[in-house]
Design a protein around this ligand. Structure first.
Ligand code: AMP
Ligand code: ZN
Length: 128
């Protein structure tokens, strides 16, 4: 039976070697888009659309299912920031998609929760 990646796989679940935690700390370079006390946004290294920005909490959570109920409040702040970034990047009127991959079947590769903001081209549905 297939299992979710462990710390031995490239998509590590541990905070100490989390690529996105390293980006937040400035240990790995990125194209930063937005930062405040709670969240960080940067352009995806392998963009799937003319605009492809990742928005993440500074706190390390593996995925949506790992956030305790009482800590869910930052999601609304994150969504409103995504909306602001869409506006700043000029895709607010044309439209955009926000994607949150969670777990193996979704294709989640990096195990620090992140929202993809995608836009600038026409997208199809259903997703692949
Ligand atoms: P997911 O498949 O939802 O886990 O998405 C992970 C995303 O992280 C992919 O779109 C990658 O291109 C992106 N990514 C991985 N490493 C980096 C990096 N160093 N800087 C920016 N984006 C990255
Ligand atoms: Zn992390």
């Amino acid at each position: 039976m297939l299992s979710e990646p462990t710390s031995n796989d490239s998509g590590s679940k541990s905070m100490s070697d989390c690529i996105f935690c390293k980006i937040i700390k400035g240990e790995i370079p990125c194209q930063a888009v937005y930062e405040d006390d709670l969240i960080f946004a940067f352009d995806d290294i392998n963009p799937q659309a003319p605009v492809h920005t990742l928005i993440i909490p500074k706190q390390h959570y593996v995925s949506l299912k790992d956030i305790p109920e009482e800590k869910m409040g930052f999601i609304s702040h994150l969504m409103s920031t995504a909306r602001d970034i869409a506006e700043k990047k000029g895709i607010s009127e044309s439209g955009f998609r926000i994607v949150l991959n969670t777990g193996r079947d979704s294709g989640q590769d990096v195990f620090h929760i992140h929202f993809h903001l995608l836009g600038g081209r026409r997208m199809s549905w259903p997703p692949g």
